[in-house]
Every structure is written in C-alpha cells, then in structure tokens.
Write a protein that binds this ligand. Structure first.
Ligand code: GUN
Length: 287
C-alpha cells in the first residue's frame, strides 16, 4: 500500500482562504474587523518564529494583529495589567500569550487572567472544562489542527484505536478528549509508560507529541497505521519531528511530514478560533 503524505500546508492554506472570505463578508456587512493580540515575553528563538508566523497568517486572512514584545525581565504584574487592558478593549477579540514564559512568571496565573471569551488558545480552565464536557467553542489549536487534518483527508476516527504519546496540557490531553468525543478508543502514553511499543504497535492512529527528535521508529508502528507527527525539534539540519519519517513512512497508510504537516494547521486553527471569538461578540451585540 503506498503511503499518502498529508499536505498540512495545502490544507491550512485552503482553510485560511475560507476564513479570509468570511472575514471579508463580515466587514462588508458590519464594517467590523477581527483583532488578535499576541504577547511574547523574552527572545526564545522558537517562540519568536512562531509569533512571526502567527502575525503573517493574520495579514493573510485580514485579522488586525497587535504584537506586544516585552523584555525577558518583565514583572508578572506588568503582564497581568496588559492582559487586563486587552480584556477590556472591544477591538481585541483574541489574546494569545506565547508559551513558555520566563521562570519568574507563573503561567497558570497569566492564563487564568485572560477573558475566557478571548482565549483563542483554549488554555483557560473554563475552556478546558468545556472541552471535557464537549461544549467548547475555543479548543487548543494543535489538537484541533490534528483532527481537522484527519477530517480533510477523509480518515475515519470512530471506533479506531488511537494512541497518543505525550500528555501535555497543550497537545496530549486535549487531543485525547477530542478523539474520545469522536468515538475513538484512546490511550495516552508518556515518559513513564512501560513497554511503549506494546501500545504504539496497536494504534490505528498514532499521534506523536513527545518532543524527542525521530523518537518513533518503524518497529513501533503497525502496518497501515495513520501517523500524525506533532513534534517540532530543531537540529543543525533544520526542523525534525518526533517520528523517524524516512523509515516510518514505509509502514503507514497516511503520515504527516515535519515541516509542512501539523505546524501550519496550528496557525490556521488560531485564525479560526479568532474568527469564532469575533463572531461570538457580533452575536452578543445582536442580542
Ligand atoms: N507554545 C507552543 N505551542 C503553543 C501554543 O499553541 N500556544 C501558545 N500560546 N504558546 C505555545
């Protein structure tokens, strides 16, 4: 069976095109534009690239983006005050604080201070709770991107054995809930899982979100499986995923590459969440 390489870049472009159309229509009808605030504290090189890409995507779809680049030594209260003023600002519909934050800042305090209606990352406990209850409108962008890639590639999820390697709040845990809501049978593995390949080898859909370059090898993957690589690791050669793409792709029915797989989808989903948050405010204005 030949492997299908899922083109995340192309799927993300098509989604951004649809979002741009919808935003254009809303602007024509109401004169209103969506606004996203992106906050970066410090100069972490990976975060700087992510923030640049997010800003570029905003320009592509017609979202007004305001970037707040604060120095590494910024005090927690300064950041809380900025978020508070963005919470109050009616022209800002989405607020994103790029993680990780410097160690002297408590990330949970910062996330909790964002108005849940503007939490386009879906990290606020209210939005996490709604995700558990399957009533969420703002869902963490990377897991949402993974699910959208599967849907657009017409890969069925219901009844499948899904194994997720990685249990982060940003990817592993919300991904598990999304798959569960789609009637998959979900297993979450992590760094303390014993005999990991016993689990990964049973997966119809394997999601790698470990943060270790080329960690998933061919002998850990069932023949014909779908493999989704969420990893973004950097080495001298450039970006490398959590999956050993060259050897694993020989065994899969579908696989995502790095770069050009999940990464562009995360950003497309951020645009989608900003559109949702914006539309929610328009609907509130009508009521
Ligand atoms: N750092 C790594 N991934 C993410 C993400 O999806 N959102 C934010 N805010 N920071 C991140």
């Amino acid at each position: 069976m030949p492997t299908n390489i899922i083109n995340g870049k192309e799927i993300a472009s098509a989604i951004k095109f649809e979002i741009a159309e919808e935003l254009r229509k809303i602007k024509n009808n109401t004169g209103k534009e969506a606004g996203l605030a992106v906050i970066l504290v410090g100069n972490d090189p990976a975060s700087t690239v992510y923030v640049r890409n997010k800003k570029k995507a905003c320009q592509e779809v017609g979202i007004r983006s305001s970037e707040y680049h604060l120095p590494k030594e910024t005090q927690q209260d300064t950041l809380l005050n900025l978020i508070n003023s963005l919470n109050q600002n009616p022209e800002i519909h989405g607020i994103l604080v790029q993680l990780p934050l410097p160690n002297h800042i408590q990330s949970d305090k910062i996330i909790n201070s964002i108005n849940p209606d503007k939490d386009v990352d879906g990290f606020h406990p209210i939005n996490v709770g709604k995700l558990v209850a399957n009533t969420a409108s703002l869902i963490s962008c990377t897991p949402l991107g993974v699910m959208t890639l599967l849907d657009k590639s017409e890969i069925p999820v219901e009844g499948k054995k899904v194994v997720i390697v990685g249990r982060s709040n940003i990817v592993g845990k919300p991904a598990a809930l999304l798959f569960l809501h789609r009637n998959a049978t979900v297993t979450i593995c992590h760094s303390k899982t014993k005999n990991l390949s016993d689990y990964t080898n049973k997966a119809d859909i394997l999601v790698a979100a470990i943060g270790k370059p080329a960690f998933i090898k061919a002998d850990m993957v069932k023949k014909g499986a779908v493999v989704i690589d969420v990893g973004i690791n950097r080495d001298e050669a450039g970006l490398i995923g959590d999956v050993d793409f060259t050897e694993v792709k020989e065994r899969t029915s579908y696989i995502t590459p790095v770069p050009g797989g999940v990464g562009p989808m995360t950003i497309a989903m951020l645009m989608k969440n900003t559109l949702i948050a914006f539309k929610n405010t328009l609907n509130k204005d009508l009521n």
